[in-house]
Write a protein that binds this ligand. Structure first.
Ligand SMILES: [Zn+2]
Length: 266
């Protein structure tokens, strides 16, 4: 009995050390992102699409998105959208007794093996130009930093175009501050409904979803969620799914004029 107890505490100690390390790295990570240098000049494209972007044949990201082409190189997004911002969705939580359960950038999971616990980390990134384009990406790795890199890369490969407008009956100003109609997105058990709101409302959504909508360039929105919304990965994916539906709906020309709908950036 005594032995077991000792072993447990040792394991716990190791776990705590790991989580402390992760916290340190998290702070470093946020600093690094802030001073990231532009690598576009040194970029050597590997795909045909990348070449075209580098040559200047394609100057607008909408040309790629409208054709439904896949972006394999994240540098394409960097080159075409110079004011792309990167943010992270806090999908993990802190371990330990004191202040445990706080939101963290890296989600830690473990697999039990013969050799001991094998940790794995995942991170989720959001990129957007604040003007009608967003992307979201999930990265997993055995270390923290590669997970972050993967997440950013995937977010840039996942860029989509959204529709903006003013669909609120209280406002009807035809400006680009909200969404033109109600949309619903789903992932796992989470369902999120985004509703047009009048000017000055702000983003009435969960905190992590605010990051996605802000990156997309939406300023006012109401929302309603259903399901297990503390699973932040699913919540973020559901929110992204809802934004995808904005572009999937067919809109009549009359509605375009009435709601002031604009696709992508203005
Ligand atoms: Zn309005």
């Amino acid at each position: 009995m005594v032995r077991e107890k000792k072993k447990l505490t040792k394991e716990e100690e190791v776990e705590r050390e790991v989580s402390e390390e992760v916290e340190e790295k998290e702070e470093e990570t946020l600093k690094e992102v802030a001073k990231e240098p532009s690598l576009i000049e040194r970029w050597q494209p590997k795909t045909a699409l990348g070449m075209k972007v580098k040559n200047g044949e394609i100057k607008n990201i909408d040309e790629i998105i409208d054709k439904g082409l896949r972006i394999y190189e994240p540098e394409i997004a960097d080159a075409l959208l110079p004011d792309l911002t990167t943010d992270f969705i806090l999908i993990g939580q802190a371990k330990g007794k004191f202040g445990g359960g706080q939101r963290r950038l890296f989600k830690q999971t473990q697999k039990k093996t013969k050799e001991g616990n094998k940790p794995k980390f995942s991170a989720m990134a959001v990129v957007g130009d604040g003007n009608g384009h967003v992307g979201i990406g999930l990265g997993k790795s055995k270390e923290t930093l590669p997970a972050r890199e993967k997440a950013i890369r995937r977010a840039k490969q996942n860029l989509i175009k959204i529709r903006r407008g003013c669909g609120s009956w209280e406002c009807a100003c035809k400006e680009l501050h909200s969404i033109p109609f109600v949309v619903e997105g789903k992932s796992g058990s989470v369902i999120i409904r985004l509703i047009p709101a009048p000017k000055g409302t702000g983003l009435c959504v969960e905190k992590e979803c605010q990051k996605i909508l802000k990156a997309a360039g939406i300023k006012d929105v109401f929302s309603k969620t259903f399901g297990q919304t503390r699973t932040k990965i699913n919540l973020a994916l559901a929110c992204f799914d809802a934004l995808k539906k904005l572009i999937m709906v067919k809109v009549k020309p009359k509605a375009v004029e009435k709601l002031g709908i604009i696709e992508g950036s203005k």
